[in-house]
Design a protein around this ligand. Structure first.
Ligand code: 6R9
Length: 645
């Protein structure tokens, strides 16, 4: 490891920030030693209908995993994000919407947003949606996506947002798993000047989703779409005549707020379930402290609401804090690679939060597209989704932030609900590539493969020893899978699936997944999902998928494919398989490399040795390790000899 440059907290930031290094240490120690006291106090940052008297009721014991926070309190999440602010900031902008077309943007005040949410809530109730019902949201990045989420929260329905880039099949699987009664979508999405056929995709998905009784369609592009009589309704038609009063359902702290599907190392995507009270306390608190958010500031997270980052840090955290949150429909390189910075200047963005993959892609275009913009409004920069390489960090820091803006490299997961390991800009010195130190209440531990806790500077598997309020509660409909996935590998801990290194200063450096999950452009994917899409093709008999280092995407997808006997390994078929996977899962799952593999390296018991396949994909043949346990060691040489490119 080469020497690491440390970037101390700028004095001005420390002086004005909510916490400095002394207060961080004090608050952190208290949060770990007395979680009940700490969270009992900070839980009051949101409005409760019936205040809680209980703070924490948690067990990580595999025989009885349960996680409850504030569990005798009641609240409504939407009322916390809207009604609560009306008296003091009704006319303040809640959402700045920036369209794909730079000529289109809109400012939506808290009052306006409240009215829209109430209208939609009433429309949903009219269509029979009740507390506890599941509603699928399959939307582009338009304000109605946030309205739909908040309308669900208002009437106690559980939303399941499915990223607009997912295929009809992926959408159908998610709708079926949680038996959604309604789908909220748009005619089309618009990204980078190109349309996405959302309604047509939904129609295809719904052929196999009998639970869906109603579809609400927002008109975004005005494209011609099929509307099924009795099932499909235009958003404007159902919300137009509705009252702007909509009683907020009184929810228990542990009533579900949403389900969000995420990839694991095996099987189908899991429905990660988050509940109401703890989630809102945790996301609002992290949003305020991690970004040092101050009243009146303009905050922009570039994620899509289809991912957890969009849930927690575009919608719930910022709105609970009465912030102005920017929602961007487009992409970083349309109409030009200056777009991010043009938007920063146009709306005077103070806090900017994006993914390393976007930074790496923009870096390729050089400094000019950045330098021709002002960016003087920027104060804090953030990253999320994957490890950031120090080169990209330095470019972000020097070129985008002009050495003025601290970078918060925030490590967390769909499962964690909110940020767990991160710098606090006024308190923690930065090291490029490190997510630095734990947030309040978070107790990271590094364990070896046997589950032994490692002390001091070390490297191993990252676990979390104590619960925090934003933690997922279960896998929807499959609590056993929840227990199996997160609480059995290392007893007594929540296992993250990530590897990490801890340095002598106690800083954490996330090294990436230690399971069969890959991270492509910050999007999480199970290699098993891509494999099952491939083997679903009639000409494929077997497939093994691994990640490999990719300059822009972080990781690329490398697929080894064995064809059915008699099928020819042609360039045409290679292209067809790439297209096939895009159709089965979505464009984010497109394989970057397909290598024909007449045989795969398997143990005598038939297990594919992925370790070896990873090395070959990485072009690292010197350290293949022990291949003697393979049923047929010669397949390895064959794969090396026939590596494409
Ligand atoms: C929020 C989100 C989670 C996985 C996680 C890890 C990787 C996220 C990171 C990071 C290094 C960071 N990850 N943030 N790795 N540094 N700052 O991305 O959730 O889509 O569930 O992905 O992403 O591997 O386990 P999710």
């Amino acid at each position: 490891m080469s020497e690491v440059h440390v970037f101390p907290v700028p004095e001005a930031t420390a002086a004005s920030a909510r916490v400095n290094s002394a207060t961080y240490n004090e608050m952190y120690q208290r949060s770990i030693k007395d979680p009940e006291g700490f969270w009992g106090e900070h839980g009051k940052r949101i409005d409760w209908i019936k205040p809680y008297t209980q703070v924490k009721d948690v067990s990580y014991d595999p025989h009885d995993v349960h996680i409850r926070w504030f569990h005798d309190g009641t609240l409504n999440v939407a009322a916390n994000c809207l009604d609560r602010h009306l008296a003091t900031r009704g006319d303040q902008t809640a959402i700045i919407w920036e369209g794909d077309d730079p000529a289109k943007s809109e400012n939506i005040t808290y009052r306006d947003l409240h009215e829209r949410v109430c209208r939609m809530g009433n429309a949903m109730r009219d269509m029979g949606v009740k507390k506890g019902d599941r509603v699928c949201i399959y939307m582009p990045m338009i304000p109605e996506a946030a309205v739909a989420m908040l309308a669900c929260a208002r009437i106690g329905a559980v939303h399941s947002v499915v990223f607009g880039g997912f295929s009809p099949d992926s959408l159908a699987n998610r709708i079926q798993d949680s038996e959604c009664c309604m789908v909220i979508t748009a005619d089309e999405g618009l990204r980078g000047g190109r349309t996405v056929p959302l309604k047509a995709n939904a129609d295809k998905a719904l052929e196999s989703c009998p639970s869906v009784k109603h579809v609400v369609v927002v008109k975004r592009t005005g494209a011609d779409v099929t509307m099924v009589q009795g099932r499909d309704h235009w958003y404007d038609a159902v919300t137009g005549g509705q009252s702007t009063d909509c009683a907020a359902e009184e929810m228990n702290a542990e009533d579900p707020l949403f389900i969000l599907y995420t990839s694991g190392s095996t099987g189908k995507p899991k429905g990660v379930l988050h509940t109401s009270g703890g989630y809102l306390v945790y996301t609002s608190m992290t949003h305020e402290y991690v970004f040092d958010y101050k009243d009146g500031e303009i905050y922009w997270c570039t994620a899509d609401v289809g991912w957890v980052t969009g849930h927690s840090y575009i919608v719930y955290g910022p709105l609970a804090n009465g912030a102005t949150t920017l929602m961007f429909e487009g992409v970083p390189n349309y109409p030009s690679t200056s777009r991010f910075w043009d938007v920063v200047d146009k709306h005077n963005v103070n806090i900017f939060y994006t993914a390393p993959t976007a930074i790496r892609a923009l870096m390729r275009d050089g400094e000019d597209p950045v330098k021709k913009t002002s960016r003087q409004s920027l104060r804090i920069l953030g990253t999320v989704g994957e490890p950031i390489n120090p080169e990209a960090w330095m470019w972000y820091y020097n070129v985008v932030g002009e050495q003025r803006c601290p970078i918060v490299d925030t490590w967390w997961q769909t499962e964690t609900g909110g940020i767990l390991i991160t710098p606090l800009p006024g308190a923690i010195d930065l090291k490029p590539g490190s997510a630095t130190l734990p947030f309040f209440g978070v107790c990271p531990v590094v364990v070896d493969n046997e589950g032994k806790e490692l002390e001091g500077a070390t490297e191993g598997n990252l676990c979390i020893a104590q619960s925090w309020p934003g933690q997922m509660r279960t896998v929807y409909g499959d609590h056993e899978r929840f227990v199996q996935t997160y609480f059995t590998t290392y007893k007594g801990y929540y296992f993250t699936g990530d590897g990490c290194r801890r340095d002598a200063d106690g800083y954490y450096w996330i090294t990436g997944r230690v399971d069969d999950v890959i991270n492509v452009s910050g999007h999480r994917m199970g290699t098993a999902e891509v494999e099952s899409a491939l083997v679903a093709h009639p000409k494929v008999s077997e497939a093994a998928v691994v990640g490999f280092p990719h300059d822009i995407k972080g990781q690329g997808i490398y697929a080894y494919v064995t064809l059915v006997a008699g099928e020819k390994e042609t360039e045409e078929l290679r292209k067809e398989l790439v297209k096939w996977v895009r159709q089965e899962i979505g464009p984010i799952a497109s394989p970057d490399v397909i290598q024909w593999a007449p045989g795969l390296p398997k143990t005598r018991s038939g297990k594919i040795m992925r370790r070896i396949l990873r090395k070959i994909a990485e072009n690292d043949f010197g350290s293949l390790g022990d291949t003697s346990t393979l049923a047929d060691p010669s397949v390895v040489d064959d794969l090396i000899d026939n590596r494409p490119g």
